[in-house]
Write a protein that binds this ligand. Structure first.
Ligand SMILES: [Zn+2]
Ligand SMILES: [Zn+2]
Length: 155
């Protein structure tokens, strides 16, 4: 499965926002490959939704849509000055109303077998290896971009 582009991500987020919340999404949504055990997060101070590209790669579209909806619940409540934290009744209510997941599901492949995770600096595609890769020698198989070790997976 290929990673969606930034533009597609923005469109998807806005589409979901309109469909489930009847409001547009007018702020910033972006991928953050440093996120490890969370599928996404909302940063209230910056009004940014960050999403974990690994969840899109490994869990697929449906799960990913769920994560975006969950973050949109935080977002819309926050910008309207309502309780937007997990413990807030308004949060729980809007989760239910929009049929959004309460938690992000863990990645199926979790890091046990493949100790080293590399991502492409260009297209964000993730490669998992049991052994170290020479990033000077190997390039992304999809776009020939440079690879980098994902340090968040190092234990
Ligand atoms: Zn949350
Ligand atoms: Zn690439």
């Amino acid at each position: 499965m290929s990673l969606i582009s930034q533009r597609e991500l923005e469109k998807l987020t806005n589409d979901l926002s309109l469909q489930f919340f009847d409001k547009p999404f007018v702020d910033v949504v972006t991928f953050n490959h440093r996120l490890r055990t969370t599928g996404g997060r909302y940063i209230p101070a910056k009004r940014i939704i960050e999403l974990n590209p690994k969840y899109y790669n490994e869990l697929g579209y449906e799960e990913f849509v769920g994560i975006i909806k969950h973050e949109l619940v935080h977002y819309h409540l926050h910008i309207e000055g309502k309780g937007y934290q997990h413990r807030d009744p308004e949060f729980k209510e809007l989760l239910k109303k929009t049929n959004s997941p309460r938690h992000c599901n863990p990645l199926p492949s979790m890091e046990y077998d493949f100790k080293y995770h590399y991502y492409c600096k260009e297209c964000n595609h993730v490669y998992k290896r049991r052994k170290r890769l020479d990033v000077k020698k190997y390039r992304c198989g999809r776009c020939k971009g440079m690879l980098a070790l994902d340090m968040s997976n190092q234990k």
